[in-house]
Design a binder for this molecule. Structure first.
Ligand SMILES: [Zn+2]
Length: 66
């Protein structure tokens, strides 16, 4: 049996505009893909230490078009 892991809630800080907001990360699915709720930049969030409510945030690698 696989026990589903509860999503982890925390806050991220957008590296583009500096906006802070809440997000959730689903363990076991790799980095979370979100969009900044302020400027819309594609971001990746990764969990830090257990007990920390902040995420490591970085710009998502967006494939170039053409
Ligand atoms: Zn932003």
């Amino acid at each position: 049996m696989v026990t589903p892991q509860a999503p982890q809630f925390g806050t991220y800080r957008c590296p583009v505009c500096g906006h802070r907001d809440g997000a959730e990360l689903h363990p076991g699915h790799g980095p979370g893909r979100i969009s900044c709720s302020y400027c819309g930049s594609a971001l990746e969030i990764s969990a830090t230490d257990p007990g920390s409510h902040g995420f490591v945030t970085q710009l998502a690698q967006v494939p170039a078009h053409g």
